[in-house]
Design a protein around this ligand. Structure first.
Ligand SMILES: NC(=O)c1ccc[n+]([C@@H]2O[C@H](COP(=O)([O-])OP(=O)(O)OC[C@H]3O[C@@H](n4cnc5c(N)ncnc54)[C@H](OP(=O)(O)O)[C@@H]3O)[C@@H](O)[C@H]2O)c1
Length: 394
C-alpha cells in the first residue's frame, strides 16, 4: 500500500523548516497543502498563500489526510492532535511534553477512531528508538533502556568537562547556538529527558506513567566542588534517564545526573549528541548514537514517520496488552553522591548505608545508598541551591 498523503503541517520553526528542506529534495508521493503558524507577520521563505493562522483550515479540510504537528506549545498541540485523530486524520508529532502527558488518552483515541499517531522525532531526534522498541524488541526481555536523551544539557556538560567552562558560560554558549531555550529549565532541570523516558517506558515495558510521578533532578545545581570531585576521580557527569526492570513485576524510572567512568558507554557521548543503550536478555547490550536535536536530524525522523503512514503503519502498543505483569515501582535503592549544606538533610533522606563522607566548611558530601521513594518524597529539599545529587556506581 502506498497511499498518497496530503499534509497539513503545524509549525514552521526549527523542525518544520528542517522537515521542509528534506521533503523538497525527495520525490515522495506526498503534497504539503498548508502550514499553520502563530505569527502571521513573520517573514517566511515560502509563498505567503501556503501559511495560515487558522487551525481549522487544516483540521476541517477533507483533502488533508495527514497532520504533522511541530509547534512549541504542548497544550495547543494536544488540542490539534486529538482533534485531527478524531476527525480521521493520521498524525505525526515531535512534541514529547504533550505526548508524555497525554499518552494513555492518545492511545485510546487512536483505538476508538482507527487513526495512527507516530512520534519517533519526539525521542532523541534522529535516533530510531521508538519503532525499534515497538517492533524489533517486541519479544525480547528488556533489562534496561538508559542513555543521554537531552542534547542541551549534554552540550553544557561537555563544555564543562572538556573545555573547563563554568556552568553559566557553557549554558550561555548553548543558548547562543540555539541548543538551549531562553528558559532552559525543561532541559537542564531534567524534564525533557523525563518526558522522553515516559514515552520510552511505554514502548519498552507497556507502562503508562504520568511524568509527574517520575523523579527528575537535573544539572542546574551542579557546582564547582562537584566538578572538581568528579575530575579527581576521573569521572564525567552526564544527565541519565533510566528505565530498568528490577524483577519480573517491577520497573523503575528516574532521571538523575550520573558520575560516569571512562569505560562506560556514555562517557564519550559529547555535545549535542544523544546515545541510547538497550540491555536485553538475549541481544545483550545495543547502543544507538546520533544527533538528538536540530531541524534536519529531527525532520528526518518525522519524515520517516510520514513515510510509514503511507503503508498504514501504526504502533500496536502490544506490550500494554500483557502489561498487568509489570508495574511502575519506586521502592528501589540506588547509590548516590550527595553534596549538601545542612546535616539534617542526611537524616531526612534516610540513607540505608553511607560508604564515604567528607566534611569541610565549604564542601560536604556523602556517598551512600538511598531509596528512590525517599528522594521522590523529598524532591523539593533535594532540588535546590546548595545541594547536588548524582548517581554513582558503588
Ligand atoms: N528543535 C529541536 O531540535 C527539536 C527536537 C525534537 C523535538 N522537538 C519538538 O518539536 C516541536 C517544535 O520545535 P521547534 O524547535 O521547531 O520549535 P520552534 O522553532 O519554536 O517553532 C515553533 C513553531 O510553532 C509555531 N506555533 C506555535 N504555537 C502555535 C500554534 N498555537 N498554532 C500554530 N503554530 C504555532 C510557531 O509559529 P511562528 O513561526 O508563527 O512563531 C513556529 O513556527 C516541539 O514540540 C519540540 O519539543 C524539537
Amino acid at each position: 500500500m502506498n497511499n498518497k498523503l496530503t499534509l497539513g503541517i503545524f509549525g514552521f520553526g526549527v523542525v518544520g523548516q528542517g522537515l521542509y528542506d528534506i521533503i523538497k529534495t525527495k520525490n515522495l508521493n506526498l503534497a504539503i497543502k498548508r502550514f499553520v503558524i502563530k505569527h502571521p507577520d513573520k517573514k517566511r521563505s515560502l509563498p505567503a498563500e501556503l501559511f495560515t493562522t487558522d487551525a481549522n483550515a487544516v483540521l476541517d479540510d477533507p483533502e488533508i489526510n495527514t497532520v504533522v504537528e511541530l509547534i512549541d506549545d504542548a497544550d495547543a498541540a494536544f488540542d490539534i492532535v486529538s482533534r485531527a485523530l478524531k476527525s480521521g486524520k493520521n498524525v505525526v508529532s515531535a512534541n514529547k511534553k504533550m505526548i508524555a502527558n497525554h499518552l494513555e488518552e492518545l492511545v485510546n483515541i487512536q483505538h476508538q477512531y482507527g487513526t495512527s499517531l507516530l512520534y519517533e522525532g519526539a525521542v532523541c531526534g534522529s535516533i530510531p528508538i521508538i519503532r525499534n522498541l515497538e517492533e524489533y524488541y517486541d519479544n525480547e526481555l528488556l533489562h534496561s533502556v538508559t542513555g543521554i536523551f537531552n542534547g542541551s544539557s549534554n552540550y553544557i556538560l561537555s563544555k564543562i568537562f572538556n573545555e573547563n567552562l563554568a556552568y553559566a558560560t557553557a549554558l550561555k554558549q548553548a543558548q547562543d547556538l540555539g541548543f538551549a531555550e531562553t528558559d532552559p529549565t525543561l532541559d537542564v532541570g531534567g524534564f525533557d529527558p523525563k518526558f522522553k523516558l515516559a514515552i520510552v517506558a511505554s514502548h519498552a515495558y507497556g507502562l503508562f506513567v504520568s511524568p509527574d510521578n517520575i523523579l527528575n533532578i537535573g544539572i542546574d545545581k551542579l557546582g564547582a566542588a562537584d566538578i572538581q570531585f568528579a575530575r579527581e576521580k576521573n569521572y564525567k557527569i552526564k544527565l541519565v534517564p533510566t528505565a530498568r526492570e528490577i524483577n519480573d513485576k517491577s520497573v523503575i524510572l528516574y532521571v538523575l545526573p550520573k558520575l560516569i567512568s571512562p569505560e562506560h558507554i556514555l562517557y564519550n557521548v559529547e555535545n549535542e549528541y544523544n546515545g541510547v543503550s538497550v540491555k536485553a536478555a538475549f541481544a545483550d547490550e545495543q547502543f544507538f548514537y546520533g544527533k538528538g536535536a536540530g531541524g534536519h536530524p529531527t525532520g528526518s525522523a518525522v519524515l520517516s514517520d510520514i513515510a510509514a503512514l503511507r503503508y498504514g503503519y501504526r504502533y500496536e502498543y502490544k506490550k500494554h496488552i500483557g502489561a498487568e505483569a509489570l508495574a511502575y515501582n519506586t521502592d528501589w535503592e540506588i547509590n548516590v553522591y550527595l553534596r549538601y549544606d545542612d546535616e539534617s538533610l542526611i537524616d531526612q533522606l534516610g540513607f540505608s548505608s553511607i560508604s564515604e563522607r567528607y566534611y569541610a566548611q565549604e564542601f560536604k558530601y556523602v556517598i551512600g545508598r538511598i531509596n528512590l521513594t525517599n528522594i521522590l518524597k523529598n524532591r523539593t529539599s533535594v532540588d535546590r541551591e546548595g545541594i547536588f545529587i548524582a548517581e554513582i556506581t558503588p
